[in-house]
Structure formats: C-alpha cells, structure tokens
Design a protein around this ligand. Sequence first.
Ligand code: C2E
Ligand code: MG
Ligand code: MG
Ligand code: MG
Length: 291
Amino acid sequence: NAKKSATGSFCFFSDELRRELDYRKMLERDMRSAIADRSFEVYFQPQVSLLNGSVAGIEALVRWPHPERGMISPGEFIPIAEKTGLMAEIGKIVMDKAIGAAAEWHHNGIQFGRLAVNASGTELREADFAKFLFGTLEKHGLPPQKLSLEIVESVILDDEKTGIAGKLRLIRAAGVHLELDDFGTGYASLSHVNPNEIDRLKIDRRFVQKINTNDDNSAIVKAITELARGLGISIIAEGAETEEELSSLLKIGCEQVQGYSIAFPMPVDQARSWLAQRSPKKPVIRLAASN
Ligand code: C2E
Ligand code: MG
Ligand code: MG
Ligand code: MG
C-alpha cells in the first residue's frame, strides 16, 4: 500500500506506522493533561565521591506516571515533548518540584551537595528561562550555589543565534553551576571546554561502561579526566554499573560517580532517606566527666 506523496516520492503508510502515529497523538494529548495536573514526577539519583564517600550531588530525572501505561521514561516522551512544544512546560514543573525538594533538604540539614537539573535547548531558548529559574530558587529559598544545570554540548554550539550563551553567563554569575552532560558524544571542540564557563564535565556512560575491560573506553575516560584536571574543571562519570567499573574509575582519578552501582534514581521520599542516612550526624553532646 505505497502511496504517492505530494512531493512525488513514495511512502509506505503501513499499519505499523499508523499505530505509531496514533500512539504519538495519544501521548501528546495525555501529556497536555499531565502538564495541567502537574503529574510529572521527579526522581533523584545521587552522585558520590569515591575518595571519601561524600555526596557530591544529586540529579533530578523526570518520570511520567501514565494512568494506563505505567511509568514512562524520559527517553520515550521527551522527544515528543520537544517536537510538540511541550518540553518547556514540563521542564518548569521539574524545576519547581526538584528545587522544592532540595530546599527542604537544605533547610533540614540533609546534605546533598548540589542539585543537578537537566535543561534542554528548547527550555533554555524560552525568553523567561532565567527569570523562572531565579524566581523558583527564591520562592523555595534555595541558594543558587546549591544548583547545577546539566546541558549537552550541542546547546552551547548554537548559542550565537539564540542568545543562550549570554543567558548561561547570567545564570552562572548568580552562582549556579554549569556542566556539560553526556560529554564526549557531541560536537563541542575543546574551545568550548572553558573553565570560565563550565564547572564540571560529565562523561557519557557509553565510555564508562565496561571501562575495566575495554581499553578504548579506559583511554577516553583517562584523557577527559586529565583534560578536566588540567583546566581545573570538576569531573564525574555517569552510568557506572559495577564495582569493577568503580575501581577502574578510581584508578584513573575520576573521583565522582553516578550510576546503578551507587544508587538507582529514587522517588523523592526514598532519596531523602538515602541522603539522611549519609548525612553526618549532629555531634553528640556529652556531659563533662565528673571524676
Ligand atoms: P542523562 O541526563 O544523561 O541522565 C542519565 C540517565 O542515565 C538517566 O536516564 C539515568 O536513569 C540513567 N542511568 C543512571 N545510572 C545508570 C547506570 O548505571 N546504567 C544505566 N544503563 N543507566 C543509568 P533517564 O532517567 O531515563 O533519563 C534519560 C535522559 O532524559 C537524561 O539523560 C536526560 O537527557 C533526559 N532527561 C531526564 N530528565 C530530564 C529533565 O527533567 N529535563 C530534561 N530536559 N531532560 C531530562
Ligand atoms: Mg543529565
Ligand atoms: Mg548524562
Ligand atoms: Mg547520558
């Protein structure tokens, strides 16, 4: 059932494609009501230092609890959200909920290092992105220094036209940290890895996985780690799944890690207890010995 399209090329309007299009339509419709209900949830995945076990940060990861289809992962719905112009709204819900949670931890002495929130190009291009961000920090009372934005390399590449660079400078000047996510997979040249603009590189998990047995991965992680150290930029490896990967990372000197070997992304209550358990206990006050 090939049909001639307007441009003269043939396309196959198969049952499978029809089902796929129907599915996308359905997701888009349900996404609009999930935005209205603010039913997107934020999960949190800790980032730790391998040197002393301290919590370096915690990443906010959006989840969509769909009434009929269960939890839908961002890999599935974010591309649709981006295409349909709904991502900016979803991003605001995530930002508000994630900062709200971190502010509660902050005010109750639960140490989390820094909250890391992902921001996509479409979100950053919104005219009110910085204003919304600052407003949300202020509303919840979280110091900007406790927040970090994870952006992918491609975002800083098209900054000239979109004014994203200026916006990021403003945000960073306020104390918010910036980091390059999925580092090594994009197109950023080394000139974009500037310690005056970037605080941390996050090595993509494809280089981290099997690092203990894959010499190519090991060489890449070593090179990125040395680059970061030379420039005075922090470094973190994402997606470390095994003890063996952790010890290879430690050997290389990549000190911070995030991955299933440390903790899975967790709902907010579970993340809070995970952090609370690790927070240094308040010093026990002892009565002076009387003898
Ligand atoms: P990302 O920012 O690179 O986040 C890391 C992803 O790796 C997360 O997938 C996390 O669950 C997964 N991960 C963590 N440790 C491991 C591990 O040891 N092994 C494996 N195999 N995976 C691990 P998730 O949560 O499905 O998110 C996928 C992507 O969706 C994120 O990649 C990010 O690009 C995007 N994303 C997630 N939440 C948000 C959000 O709130 N806003 C925006 N703009 N993007 C988001
Ligand atoms: Mg990320
Ligand atoms: Mg990443
Ligand atoms: Mg990644």
